[in-house]
Design a protein around this ligand. Structure first.
Ligand code: FES
Length: 121
């Protein structure tokens, strides 16, 4: 592609406003509130019971991912251009599964506050 080809500008803009999740590129916009929403566009499921049940963000720990190599909760992480997000690893899958199991057992037990962070969600 020649340097002055307009497609180069489009490609540059695309890479400036995108993130990678499990090596798949996704455009992000100002409306994207968290990594769960962006992953969903790529058909990558990140369990997020706090979001789905409108609970206080960051309670269940079931949405754990890695952002640029550091662990983070997808439900409370705002997408920023250039981020590299990892969802699928054996260790992250194991932790998410355990957290989800714990969350569900608390819900089944009828806990008045089925979350692990405080009594306020
Ligand atoms: S959905 Fe992120 S901590 Fe519960």
């Amino acid at each position: 592609m020649p340097i002055d080809d307009p497609r180069n500008s489009i490609m540059k803009l695309f890479s400036l406003a995108s993130i990678k999740i499990d090596n798949q590129k996704s455009l992000i916009s100002l409306e994207d509130k968290n990594l769960v929403d962006v992953a969903e566009k790529l058909k990558i499921n990140i369990p997020a019971p706090c979001l789905k049940n409108k609970r206080k963000d960051g309670c269940c720990k079931a949405c754990l991912v890695e952002v640029d190599g550091k662990r983070s909760y997808a439900c409370t992480t705002k997408p920023i251009a250039g981020m590299k997000v990892t969802v699928r690893t054996k260790e992250l899958d194991r932790i998410r599964k355990e957290s989800l199991k714990e969350f569900k057992s608390q819900v089944r037990a009828g806990a008045s506050s089925p979350c692990q962070c405080s009594g306020s969600c």
